[in-house]
Design a protein around this ligand. Sequence first.
Ligand SMILES: Nc1ncnc2c1ncn2[C@@H]1O[C@H](COP(=O)(O)OP(=O)(O)OP(=O)(O)O)[C@@H](O)[C@H]1O
Ligand SMILES: [Mg+2]
Length: 271
Amino acid sequence: MGKVIVVTSGKGGVGKTTSTAALGAALAQRNEKVVVVDFDVGLRNLDLVMGAERRVVYDLVNVIQGDAKLPQALIRDKRLETLFLLPASQTRDKDNLTAEGVEQVIGELKRYFDWVICDSPAGIERGATLAMRHADVAVVVTNPEVSSVRDSDRIIGLLDSKTLKAERGERMEKHLLLTRYDANRAERGDMLKVEDVLEILSIPLLGIIPESSDVLRASNIGAPVTLADARSAPAMAYFEAARRLAGEALPVSMPGEKRGILSKIFARRAA
Ligand SMILES: Nc1ncnc2c1ncn2[C@@H]1O[C@H](COP(=O)(O)OP(=O)(O)OP(=O)(O)O)[C@@H](O)[C@H]1O
Ligand SMILES: [Mg+2]
């Protein structure tokens, strides 16, 4: 059975979709079978970042409503054989996502894939709680600023109460992915420090992704950054996070003050 991961945040625009695509591709680059699932019904962005927008025929809601079978809706990545996308619909309303339907689809995906990575919509409403409901592991995407940290704290509360794992009295594995980190701004005190975010949220650190124009460039050509430019700083940070997600214990690289220089720090809390 595969592992179900939810990529969530509370606050919008922090890098969930970017991270879903990059982590999914990074795991597939290790030959793992991966499906990334877009739960952002109505907005739909993951297909764009994956470069598959023109190949969408059926979507998650079609499968739930029985208009299409799951294999008909899955889109295989053109670059990586083991990477698939289950797109969201752009036109339909979130209300078309039913709890039973989602349960069935996730259950089926878990049988075929090693990793089922769910890209959550922003907010703490139904779409977000449905995306997290069946997760084994949560990746909490947070920017080093107060409003993002506060929303992540609320999401952590929901992960510990509104998920199947929580209802069964089991522990939800949660990881912090700090994104859009700018070492120079942190140095100047314009951003929260890594230590401060870890102190507030108290969940183990999966990785620190630097703010970088490489991310925008990758999304403009429709490729996860780990595929578009595997040697770029954000790609290397995502590769590292994927290895940690797959269970490797390795130190978290801290984007350095000077460009290109990485100084190693150890995650302060073990998973
Ligand atoms: N590390 C980064 N460096 C620079 N820009 C980034 C980085 N990560 C994400 N971005 C940019 O930030 C914007 C929002 O990213 P993304 O769509 O992944 O966020 P999201 O959390 O999925 O948003 P939403 O809540 O709307 O779904 C995009 O323009 C993306 O290119
Ligand atoms: Mg998104």
